[in-house]
Design a protein around this ligand. Structure first.
Ligand code: CP3
Length: 354
């Protein structure tokens, strides 16, 4: 190892964000924002005039350019690689398209057990090589003290897109397949858990310092179904990712009633939404875990004094508890005023907890 990589490794290790993941004391609260690169930024919109979302994701130089946009604009404590959760499904044989105004569409969704048998199971090192290359390039271009987060969709959220063929409100097709064909469901989840675990591990190998698993829509399930049909697979994916030796953040929304189960999935950090008070979340999860969250993204539309009040209320709940990363409870929305994002980041850093 050269002297400069040693210094970089040490600077990364001592970053606020990674210290908080390890529940070590920090000088001030680290902050990054889910979906921090995207349409609310003019710089992103300008690039999207020229390229589609999939072109950006599949061209490492463009993906890295977008990854850096929010880092240049705000004083954030971590970068997240610009990618999406859905290209993983393309590698399995599903045809993905992002349609303007409609969102993601899978043209050949899974509807029967036979479709699950027919799924391909390629190594994500090959099918998602573009993102792994982007991770390696981003690591080179980022300042030496800024950690890079790699990510994947979680098995349930990925299955919901694969089965519904797009976004959904009630997940009728997903749940029906789960209840009618439990064996096929378990087979699908097993394939997804393996792919997700390998993909996360490979992102750490490529240069990511932390990994986040997005289970955005799993809150649609009853806890009893979560325990039987989902938890074993989240555990499997997180277990594999943690073998890479980097912290794993487990994100979900609408799962206040399932945090006791989520704790068993075994992540280093649990990301919670605004539907629960952080003190209560820690009571359920135990203090062996770090927390991330949990501002309602719509609060960013409020007048600045109200936004600041809400941020202070979150930080007052955390007090001097070690292991807290400030974030939103879900992704930043496209209409969000950019000045409020800048104010939020600075306010989190300036606020003295305890
Ligand atoms: O955080 C970051 O800066 C990294 C980028 C990122 C994207 N998608 C880029 C993107 C991340 C972390 C994701 C994750 C993702 N993708 C999730 C989990 C997080 C969450 O919000 O729940 C989900 C469910 C998806 C699936 C997805 N991708 C949808 C439903 C859509 C369309 C709706 C929407 O939010 O725009 C996308 C497209 C997408 N992925 C965009 C971006 C910036 C917008 C596409 C555009 O430029 O037109």
């Amino acid at each position: 190892m050269t002297e400069s990589t040693t210094t970089t490794d040490l600077n990364l290790h001592n970053s606020r964000f990674l210290k908080a993941c390890r529940r070590e004391p920090v000088d001030t609260t680290p902050v990054w924002l889910m979906r921090q690169a995207g349409r609310y930024m003019a710089e992103y919109q300008a690039l999207r005039q020229k390229y589609s979302i999939l072109e950006i994701i599949k061209t490492p130089e463009l993906a890295v350019e977008v990854t850096m946009q929010p880092l240049k604009a705000f004083n954030l404590d971590a970068a997240i690689i610009f990618a999406d959760i859905l290209p993983l499904l393309e590698g399995m044989g599903l045809n993905l398209e992002f349609i303007k105004g409609e969102g993601p569409v899978i043209h050949n969704p899974i509807r029967a057990p036979g479709d699950i048998d027919a799924l391909q199971g390629p190594d994500p090192r090959e099918s998602l090589a573009f993102t792994l290359n982007a991770v390696a390039l981003a690591r080179k271009e980022l300042p030496g003290s800024v950690p890079l987060i790699g990510f994947s969709g979680a098995p349930f959220t990925l299955a919901s897109y694969a089965i519904e063929g797009g976004s959904s409100r009630n997940y009728i097709l997903t749940k029906t397949l789960m209840y009618e064909h439990p064996q096929a469901w378990h087979k699908l989840m097993d394939k997804l858990a393996w792919t997700v675990g390998e993909y996360l591990y490979a992102q750490a190998e490529a240069g990511a310092q932390a990994l986040q698993l997005f289970d955005s829509w799993v809150g649609a399930l009853a806890p009893v179904d979560y325990a039987e049909f989902v938890l074993p697979y989240v555990k499997q994916a997180i277990g594999r990712a943690r073998e890479a030796g980097v912290p794993v953040i487990h994100f979900s929304t609408n799962t206040t009633s399932m945090l006791d189960l989520i704790q068993h999935a075994g992540s280093d950090v649990v990301s919670v939404d605004w539907r629960i008070d952080l003190q209560k979340a820690w009571q359920i999860l135990g203090s062996e875990v770090a927390l991330q969250g949990n501002l309602d993204p719509v609060t960013l539309f409020a007048p600045l004094p109200i936004l600041k009040e809400r941020v202070a209320a979150i930080l007052d709940q955390v007090k001097d508890h070690p292991g807290f990363i400030f974030n939103l409870g879900h992704g930043i929305l496209p209409q969000t005023p950019v000045e409020h994002v800048a104010a939020l980041v600075d306010f989190v850093h300036a606020y003295k907890r305890g």
